[in-house]
Ligand binder design. Sequence first.
Ligand SMILES: [Zn+2]
Length: 375
Amino acid sequence: MAEAINTFQIIGQEQTRKYWNTLIVSGRFGHAHILSGHSGVGKDALAFYIAAALNCRAEENKPCGSCIACRQLQNLEYSALYLIFALPRRSASQTDPFAGIKESEMDLINEELSKKIAWPYYHLQIEGANDIRISGIRKLRKDIYLSIDPGTTRVVIILRAHKMNIEAANALLKILEEPPSGTVFLLTTEYLDRLPDTIRSRCAVHHMPDLNWELIKNDLTEKKGLNQVQSEICARMSMGDLAAAHTFAEQDNTFWLDRIRATLNTLAGSDFVSVHKQVLQLKDKELENDESRQQFLSLLILFFRDVALQVKDGETTLWVPQVQQMIKLFPNCNSHAAIQAIERTKDALERKVHLQLALTALFFELRKHLKGQTL
Ligand SMILES: [Zn+2]
């Protein structure tokens, strides 16, 4: 399957792909599947890959990536592919999901789709596209019971299927209960539990594991031309989300390292005033929005993980000297408790608690954990 690997630019997931190849070849292939997993692990890319494998004209090593079916699928223009995703509500039409969408808006939607074609990990960003409504599913039902060329497998891909509202889900359920022949449904979602039980029980659920950060790092070095430090910081900040990592890669992230270093220096010192100063500095200048706060705290968690693992040169490019200095200064550091404290603060900030208070409380708690003191 050497050729097949990069047809849809899938990163990692060798086991998943092997599993699907075996399943498709075996012919014991159900008609409805849910691909679940965290954001950015490659669920949509896998769905396109499966659609191509089912329709590829090559004798073996499907999807070949070069036959007419593979190429059309890569361009999302295969006639037996039905791609469903959330659209803005511009009319009350119950049968046409595109009703009322202006030409200029349609151009923007097509632009988003071409980004998805260029890179299947891309998250469509369509303004006002909050849910998948019944019009989209009714339109599908109108089309998919028509006859189809022999040797073709009709593939319905529903992106972020948890965005289906209840009416749409019920309409889909009816189709799943009486599926048209030669049709495969692939629903992708990062929130499996938001799909109704009735849908879940009609589908085979396949979980895609998280991506190892080293895979993401290599991808960033290769595709974005980042240096080792930059690609590692983006990869680790992304928490296994390749799409997020690529977004981080658009900006310079080395300043995060400086923030972490400055914070650690403050924590290591015994001076209370400098803790308050550091909190104010972070609050006023560096952590302006929710996203940056979460990133900063995520990185702080990564740092304490590396302290717990006692990472050495070669295992990370980010902060080996700082990790070793911490271990030397604080041999009794309770990294586990420190990580828990940071996670609690992340949670609290999502619930919009007062930033300055939350950080001050966290930093004083971290000082205790560094010394291995119980609270
Ligand atoms: Zn092919």
